[in-house]
Design a protein around this ligand. Structure first.
Ligand code: TXA
Ligand code: MG
Length: 305
């Protein structure tokens, strides 16, 4: 447990929030949709602390918040359709899922290993001030514990995450009250991935389809077979170690689950790209972030989606 400070939105509180974010701590901040739990999207361990605070049982790709379209275009590739939507609705409650640029400095943990990224330019002075103060893209899911409802007031955040994060910026009630509309613009027809405040008027003729979230997110999984709870490697296996089980790489020699989570997708990609035909991974304790790591590994070993 830690002492959670709640400060009104001022220049001073934003400066303090930016210091915490640059030190790798998540901070709760209002957007126009819901309060977000924001962390430096270039720092995988900082993003792993979001999951730790939320006690989230699985890893999903997170939305990356940026101050403007120019910043978004340094991270994602925008085709004509994506550009038109961005110009029309940003800043605002629209998230665009676009191909991730190769030179984007975003931790692979943020996109859960996917080659696409969800980007949003929020329309709220508090998160805008924070983005400009820390000069970093911010990954931010809703600032609530897993399974509870999305927070539209600082008091909701305190009730859900009090004692688990260091700072909540209080900017009053959010005006939209529900999470952003998510649209995928990854080539082919636009797809609405999550309905929200912005209605995307695309005729059925354009091939737009509504899919439930979770259904649509094709989660990253390695292309090679994956063996779990391995204590040593077979000759054709690339072993990802943990703690004192050494391998070709190690999730965390110290046995630190935040570090392990933050390195998970990088090491799976590394194992997938190695000369070995199969992947093995050492046992990870099923507690805290370990449960989310094991959830992801079980899905990855169960077959490709
Ligand atoms: O209103 C909002 O969007 C709030 C505020 C805080 O900005 N944020 C929010 O973020 O709801 P988050 O990280 O919880 O949204 C994650 C969802 C994923 O579950 C998935 O549906 C979609 O965004 N998403 C993000 N990146 C994606 C990707 N690369 N491919 C497919 N879906 C993605
Ligand atoms: Mg949520």
């Amino acid at each position: 447990m830690t002492n959670t400070k709640i400060l009104p939105f001022t220049d001073e509180s934003i400066a303090e929030a930016a210091r915490l974010i640059l030190a790798g701590e998540p901070v709760a901040v209002p957007t126009e949709t819901v309060y977000g739990l924001a962390a430096d999207a270039t720092n995988a361990e900082a993003v792993a602390r979001i999951y730790d605070a939320k006690k989230r049982p699985s890893f999903n790709p997170l939305i990356v918040h940026v101050p403007d379209l120019a910043a978004a275009r340094r991270i994602g590739q925008f085709d004509a359709q994506a550009l038109a939507l961005a110009r029309r609705h940003w800043p605002g409650p629209l998230t665009l899922v676009v191909p991730l640029r190769k030179d984007a400095n975003i931790a692979s943990f943020v996109t859960a290993g996917l080659p696409t990224v969800g980007l949003r330019v929020p329309d709220h002075s508090a998160i805008q001030a924070l983005l400009r103060a820390c000069c970093r893209p911010l990954a931010a899911p809703s600032a609530n514990a897993s399974g509870s409802i999305s927070p539209t007031r600082a008091a909701h955040v305190m009730k859900s995450l009090g004692g688990r994060i260091l700072l909540v910026i209080d900017g009053g009630a959010t005006v939209r009250g529900i999470e952003s509309t998510i649209v995928a613009a990854t080539g082919g027809p636009l797809r609405v991935l999550r309905r929200g405040p912005i209605e995307i008027d695309a005729a059925p003729a354009s091939g737009t389809s509504i899919e439930a979230p979770g259904q649509l997110v094709s989660h990253y999984a390695p292309t090679k077979p994956l063996r779990l709870k391995a204590r040593s490697a077979e000759s054709d296996e690339y072993l990802i170690g943990f703690a004192d089980i050494e391998g070709d790489a190690n999730l965390s020699r110290a046995g630190d689950l935040v570090e392990a989570a933050s390195r998970l997708f990088d090491l799976l990609h590394q194992a997938d790209a190695s000369s070995k035909a199969r992947i093995a991974i050492a046992p990870v304790p099923d507690e805290g972030l370990g449960a989310a790591i094991n959830d992801r590994l079980r899905r990855a070993s169960a077959g490709r989606k």
